[in-house]
Structure formats: structure tokens, C-alpha cells
Design a protein around this ligand. Structure first.
Ligand SMILES: [Zn+2]
Length: 306
């Protein structure tokens, strides 16, 4: 707990230091809202919660979008050019951002919201390759709280007049995240310890697994990018049986016959849709960060509680 608090404080200090010392307060009247650009939908939601009415948030990678492989548009360059502040995840997620920033000519400070987060490494199927840094830190609510502190400090730095509002908004949102974390822990506790493991083709839950005690197992020898073949599916079936995995969330299998085959031959539960890297459309099951975390943990519990 103390270590976590120190980390959070370090994150706050580093977040401020990360701000480029360019005066970006181009708002000339208070009627003009602070123009915030967030790299993807999850960061956009955090920025909206902290910024409230003082900010106007635009996201580059929208709902259901993939921030790993995004192709920026000329419109994105215009959004960046007009921005007062930009929030990015970093940890290797937005590889497309550097070129976009250059192309846009933006002078807005870029705030790395993961400043102060302890990065994890992704497990690599091919052990000979260097393991990549896992960018999905928001899947740990403790880390999401570091994001929120960095967002708050970034906004205060470019808009000091709004400090009291940003502080109050952040404090109330952080309290909601504390509640959410208790909920998530209680939901995982409701799953028998020996059933807390699933196969998922999404390698996005490393931070979640480490924080809340669940194992996310990659399908052995199956590419997580392409649609698995019948042979891949046979291999997944063997793995499920051997490792006694109670549930699978295989989001890149679109052939219902292959899913039926897995369910029939293994009796593993086929889980529903998870939201890992992007929110759903407004009105969908994961329209905010908090709803996303609730939705996922509900799906895990539904599949794993015996
Ligand atoms: Zn991802």
C-alpha cells in the first residue's frame, strides 16, 4: 500500500516533468474550452472524467478501434494541430503517433499517462525473440489511478485556473475507481481458485491477471492475429483438456462450427466478448472505462464460477 502510494506520487511528479515546457495556453477566454486530444477511447474517457466541463475531448482511435495498428487520417493531424494538450499511453502502444505529431506540427504538450507505472513484459510465444513491453497497464485499476493523476496534473499545468476543478473531479473519480477495484476483487474471489484460468487470444490482460490473481493463457502455437485453422483448433482442444482450462475467450474465431467443436469436445465454456483496448460505442456494454472493467469481470465470473 505504501509502495503503491509512493509509486503514485512518483508518477505524479514524473507526469509534470514530462510536460514539454512550451506555453500551450492558447485559450484566450474562459468560454473557450481546453482542447484535449486522447490517443484512444479509454484515455478519452479518463480525460472527460477529470476535465469535466472545462475540456473538450477528442479521441483519435475511437470505440472498438485498435490502437496498436491504427492508420492516422488527415483529420487526426488537424485535431492534433488544434490541441492544447495530448494524452498518450506510451509503452509501445501508439507506434503511429510520432509521425503523426511531426506531420501535424502540433506544439501541444504530450502527456505520457503511464509515467510512474511499472511496466510488464508480454509473454512471447517465440522464446528466442526479445519480449516486448506490455502496454495494457489500464487493465490494472491501481495503474489506471496513476493515469488519472497524470491526466489531472497535465491539465493543471496547462490550465492552472482550473486546478480546483480538476483536483475535485480527479478525487471523486479516483474514489469511484477504488470502489470498482473492490468490486473486481470480490468478483474474482467468487471464482474457485483452481478455476481462475482462461485461454484468450487477446494478450491484453497481463496487468489484470497480475493484479487480481487470474491466469490468461495464450493458445499454444496458434497465431493470435490470424483466424485459427481447423488444425489450430485441434491443438487448442488438446491444450484445454491437458491444462483443465474451464473457459475460452477466442475472439478471432469467427467460424461458429469451430467454436461448437471446441465446446463439444472439451466442455469448456465459450466466453462472450471482452473489451480490452477500446470502449464500446456509447450505449454499448463498455461505454466507459468503469463499465468496461465491470463488463469483463462479469464475463469472467459468468464463465468460471462453477
Ligand atoms: Zn492490445
Amino acid at each position: 500500500m505504501i509502495a503503491r502510494r509512493l509509486l503514485l506520487m512518483a508518477g505524479v511528479a514524473a507526469g509534470v516533468a514530462a510536460l514539454i515546457a512550451t506555453p500551450a495556453a492558447t485559450q484566450d477566454t474562459h468560454a473557450n474550452k481546453i482542447k484535449v486530444v486522447a490517443a484512444f477511447s479509454i484515455l478519452g474517457d479518463l480525460a472527460r472524467n477529470v476535465g469535466g466541463d472545462r475540456v473538450e475531448v477528442t479521441t483519435l482511435v475511437g470505440p472498438n478501434g485498435d490502437a496498436h495498428v491504427y492508420s492516422p487520417t488527415p483529420g487526426d493531424a488537424r485535431k492534433l494541430a488544434a490541441a492544447n494538450i495530448v494524452f498518450v499511453n506510451g509503452l509501445g502502444l501508439e507506434g503511429w503517433m510520432t509521425r503523426l505529431v511531426t506531420a501535424s506540427g502540433t506544439k501541444a504538450p504530450m502527456v505520457l499517462v503511464t509515467k510512474g507505472v511499472t511496466p510488464r513484459h508480454m509473454q512471447d510465444e517465440d522464446k528466442s525473440r526479445r519480449t516486448a513491453i506490455d502496454p495494457h497497464a489500464w487493465q490494472s485499476i491501481a495503474d489506471a489511478k496513476i493515469y488519472v493523476a497524470n491526466v489531472r496534473d497535465g491539465l493543471v499545468a496547462i490550465d492552472p485556473a482550473g486546478k480546483a476543478i480538476y483536483d475535485a473531479n480527479a478525487t471523486s473519480y479516483l474514489a469511484k475507481l477504488d470502489e470498482l477495484e473492490q468490486e473486481v476483487k470480490a468478483a474474482i474471489d467468487s471464482i474457485p481458485a483452481d478455476r481462475r484460468k482462461i485461454i484468450t487470444t487477446h494478450d491484453a490482460f497481463g496487468y489484470f491477471g497480475a493484479a487480481y490473481g487470474m491466469a490468461f493463457i495464450a493458445p499454444e502455437g496458434v497465431s493470435t492475429e490470424a483466424e485459427p485453422s481447423a488444425k489450430d483448433v485441434a491443438r487448442i482442444i488438446t491444450q484445454i483438456k491437458k491444462q483443465k482450462i474451464p473457459a475460452v475467450f477466442l475472439e478471432n474465431i469467427s467460424d461458429p462450427r469451430l467454436m461448437d467443436q471446441i465446446a463439444r469436445e472439451t466442455r469448456a465454456i465459450i466466453g462472450g466478448t471482452l473489451y480490452s483496448d477500446a470502449l464500446s460505442e456509447p450505449g454499448g456494454p463498455a461505454a466507459t472505462y468503469i463499465e468496461m472493467m465491470r463488463h469483463n469481470v462479469r464475463e469472467f465470473a459468468k464463465a468460471l464460477v462453477g
